[in-house]
Ligand binder design. Structure first.
Ligand code: IP8
Length: 267
């Protein structure tokens, strides 16, 4: 049987925490944005597109709120059971809201727990993750996972949704990585000065600051990640998830969509 992960039509869509939550208001979902995303994905489903979509979402003012409160970060630290449990609980609550919004538009998803998808070193897709992704595609489900709290006997760390995207691109032939955001793409700086940059040629085209609760890096880390993904052969897009069906059009492979692209070097 064909390997559904090997036929070159994989798109990873990261729903940024700044899009699906009100990032500077603790534990607050951005219902309008989430519905706009769900509506576009519903249309994508109905379009009969053969693209395979892997969904990943961030923590926004759910996971990052508790991570910041309890001093969790991407480095391994000692943390209380309460810190671990509350941060995970917040991510599961957010995840459930994302699932419900998608389901309401008939986008049927299967949760792949973040702890299932990566190997122990967080450097490659796990064997279980590979099997779960294949099972999703064979059953007409869009796999969905999210940033999470990694707990092991040495300590606790935050694994961002962005890291999951990077590991996926290292392990699978990901054609396209889309970052759905709350702004139209990448601007010169965090004050959104000038117009959106249609194509980035160097990470230095952007300089930024972090959001209030963000423990995993903000936009400049994302731009640097974009270049690493492009080096792996993945075309990267930063797009506003809310407006004018731009997200839908990008998933469908349409060109000249208002967004920022990083094109793999060979293209
Ligand atoms: O928003 C962070 O995921 P991200 C997840 O993709 C937690 O960086 C638990 C804060």
């Amino acid at each position: 049987m064909n390997d559904p992960l090997g036929d070159g039509d994989l798109t990873v869509l990261k729903l940024g925490g700044s899009l699906i939550t009100h990032k500077d208001r603790a534990l607050s979902i951005n219902k309008t944005a989430l519905e706009a995303v769900a509506k576009q994905l519903g249309k994508w489903r109905r379009s009969g597109s053969v693209e395979k979509l892997i969904l990943v979402h961030g923590g926004g003012s759910f996971g990052h709120y508790y991570a910041k409160k309890y001093g969790l970060s991407t480095s391994s630290v000692k943390a209380s059971a309460e810190a671990i449990s509350k941060t995970t609980q917040a991510m599961l609550e957010l995840h459930n809201k994302v699932r419900s919004a998608l389901e309401s538009k008939k986008v049927h998803v299967e949760t792949i727990l973040p702890s299932e998808i990566l190997d122990d070193r967080k450097a490659a897709l796990s064997e279980l993750g590979r099997k779960r992704l294949i099972a999703c595609f064979r059953n007409g489900l869009a796999p969905i996972t999210f940033g999470y709290v990694n707990v092991n006997s040495d300590g606790v760390s935050i694994i961002s949704g962005d890291l999951i995207c990077e590991v996926l691109a290292k392990s699978l032939p990901i054609k396209r990585q889309i970052f759905a955001m709350d702004v139209d793409g990448i601007f010169r700086n965090a004050r959104l000065e000038g117009s959106v940059i249609p194509r980035l040629f160097s990470p230095n085209q952007y300089s930024s600051s972090k959001g209030r609760f963000d423990v995993t890096g903000g936009v400049s880390a994302k731009v640097e990640l974009g270049f690493r993904l492009a080096d792996l052969g993945t075309a990267v897009y930063f797009v506003n998830g809310r407006s004018d069906e731009r997200l839908l059009k990008l998933i469908l492979g349409q060109k000249d969509i208002r967004s920022t692209a990083i094109v793999p070097p060979k293209n």
